[in-house]
Write a protein that binds this ligand. Structure first.
Ligand code: CO
Length: 135
């Protein structure tokens, strides 16, 4: 379904510590832990019933999420919306004047093709589009 909330992402200096709180206090379950070297992050993914909660921890201060943490501190990093065809979605967004961070798709933590749009185009929130459905 286009427009489904695929995941919400929180940037944290200690992803494991936050994931433990979510599992112990809210009963959430970790479904994946991975390192995405090219984005400089460790990612822990929790099941959120048809969507996911992702926690990203930077691998170092000189990474996009490392710089986000030093500038803004821990907190909401982005929201991801699913689209059936990412090329078509990018073309439509471009035509609508949306500022894109990624003009072409890259591979996300769950192996899907993803791209980011600039927060200035979406109410100050960093929006990721994800091709296909979450499992
Ligand atoms: Co994401």
């Amino acid at each position: 379904m286009a427009g489904r909330l695929d995941h919400v992402n929180i940037a944290a200096p200690d992803a494991g510590g936050l994931a433990r709180k979510l599992t112990e206090a809210l009963g959430m379950e970790v479904v994946k832990e991975t390192v995405v070297e090219e984005q400089g992050v460790k990612v822990i993914v929790l099941d959120a019933g048809g969507s996911h909660l992702e926690i990203t921890e930077p691998l170092g201060p000189d990474t996009p999420v490392g710089r986000f943490l030093s500038k803004k501190g821990p907190g909401l990093h982005h929201i991801a919306i699913s689209v059936p065809d990412i090329e078509a979605a990018l073309a439509k967004m471009k035509a609508a004047g949306i500022a894109l961070i990624d003009e072409t798709p890259k591979i996300g933590a769950m192996g899907n093709r993803i791209a980011f749009a600039h927060p200035k185009s979406f109410g100050g929130v960093l929006i990721e589009i994800v091709e296909g459905e979450a499992d």
